[in-house]
Design a protein. Structure first.
Lengths: 395, 63
């Protein structure tokens, strides 16, 4: 087996596959390794994505991996008030609920067709560095230790984000920038099949509870709680079980799957490149801190990474300077919104249930034609001037 | 080197990697479905608190 590659991608999620696909398409010798025995499993995701995000990543929608198409979203306040955002207001932001098992495999298939070699049950355990430059990885494949060299190692290892840290990039998160999550796939429930639902307030401290329809009477029903607001180990599962039990629409359901995960709700990493090393997707902390959505951003980043790496292969230069265009491309596309939403999250997590009720009730009463931060603030300003003032400071 | 004070209960652990990504010291590694804690661990307790299912425990320091 080959032991030297242009690019080694660690992690077979969407960001990894997108990077591999675009790099291989430009002629790079790419290896993508996945720790688990299957691409796309086990699930650690609520599976929501906007059409706009898929468009930006230039991934044509394929019915094989779409679980359900949404008509809009519902925000539910602590006292049960509902604010609906439908297609006409949300435009392209209205989304799809994916079948991640199939979506991830589809992206990996594309990477493979472009020439990427894939190894499963193959984990990286450290990076090889020579004179401060990343030269490859060591790891274990089906129990056998290995050593591989590469021009560039791509850290697409998701929330764990250890490859970057081994290579010297800072991916450490504060507890106030992490949500601890638990989700059930529930069947036999009585929620709306074409609206994503977000429940705010102390039902899920510092986060929210969600219902993402999966077709018919089945949905991903989950919850994220801000880590800095957790009191006891296992709180998240306790909170979600309590919430489901109290909602008769959900308590009549039965679980098909359970998922645990952590999600970063932080600003992106300060630095995503080093000599011979590059971070993509969750590993670079590009999940939207308000929605917790990260699939689209990961795909967009992977596309940029693969394209720049393709050029690096041609030039036989994987230095930090050669990787710089990647850092510029993804920051231009994603960084402003991530920062703004992170600051909004910092403020949102301080709101009381009464304040959240006020916000949702006000939004439900007024007629917003196009959903965006400015229109929302303008609508709120009349009834909650003090609150809006606090938000306006950073927008 | 594995440490002997951190434990993940296999019956509860959902091998999600939340602990590994939260550890500031790179002291946790998820071997596909097995969590290993090494001696870089400073007993900060972040992983214990964060684990979505409460599978991680930390033994008190031996005197």
């Amino acid at each position: 087996m080959r032991t030297d590659y242009d690019i080694i991608v660690v992690g077979g999620g969407p960001a990894g596959s997108m990077t591999a696909y675009h790099a291989a398409k430009k002629g790079a010798r790419v290896l993508m390794i996945e720790k688990r025995q299957e691409i796309g499993a086990s699930l650690r995701c609520a599976e929501g994505i906007s059409r706009k995000g898929l468009d930006k990543a230039m991934i044509p929608v394929d019915k094989r991996w779409v679980s359900a198409e949404m008509k809009g979203a519902k925000l539910v306040s602590p006292n049960g008030s509902v604010f609906r955002i439908d297609e006409s207001q949300a435009g392209d932001e209205v989304g799809l609920v994916l079948e991640r098992h199939r979506f991830d495999k589809y992206l990996a298939e594309r990477a493979a067709k472009a020439g990427t070699e894939i190894r499963l049950k193959t984990a990286a355990t450290s990076v090889i560095k020579e004179g401060g430059v990343v030269k490859g990885i060591t790891g274990v494949s089906f129990g056998e230790p290995f050593k591989l060299t590469a021009g560039c190692v791509v850290a697409a290892d998701g929330f764990e984000s250890q490859v970057g840290r081994w290579g010297g990039l800072d991916t450490v998160l504060k507890m106030s920038d992490i949500t601890s999550c638990f989700q059930y796939r529930l069947t036999g429930i009585k929620t709306e099949p074409d609206f994503c639902e977000f429940v705010l307030g102390k039902v899920a401290p510092g986060g929210y509870a969600w219902v993402f329809p999966k077709g018919g009477d089945t949905a991903n029903v989950g919850m994220g709680v801000l880590a800095s607001m957790l009191k006891r180990p296992g709180d998240v599962k306790m909170y979600i079980d309590k919430w489901i039990k109290k909602d008769p629409r959900l308590s009549c359901g039965q679980p098909l799957e359970a998922v645990a995960a952590a999600v970063s709700v932080s600003p992106p990493v300060e630095k995503s490149i080093a000599d011979g090393l590059l971070l993509v997707g969750d590993a670079a902390r590009v999940i939207d801190p308000i929605t917790g959505g990260g699939i689209a951003n990961g795909c967009i980043m992977g596309k940029f990474a693969g394209e720049v790496l393709g050029d690096c292969v041609q030039a036989k230069d994987f230095s930090e300077a050669a990787l710089k265009p990647y850092e510029r491309l993804w920051r231009d596309e994603l960084e402003n919104k991530l920062y703004r939403n992170w600051m909004a999250k910092e403020k949102m997590t301080t709101l009381t249930d009464a304040q959240l009720d006020g916000v949702i009730e006000t939004l439900a009463e007024c007629d917003i034609h196009e959903m965006n931060v400015y229109n929302i603030l303008a609508a709120l300003k009349q009834k909650m001037p003090d609150l809006v003032k606090e938000f306006e400071e950073f927008i | 080197m594995k440490n002997d004070w951190m434990h993940a209960m296999v019956e509860k652990c959902m091998h999600c990697g939340a602990c590994a990504g939260t550890c500031p010291e790179n002291a946790i590694y998820l071997h596909e479905v097995v969590v290993e804690f090494n001696d870089l661990c400073t007993r900060c307790g972040r992983c214990v608190k964060l684990c979505p299912v409460g599978a991680i425990s930390m033994e008190a320091k031996k005197k």
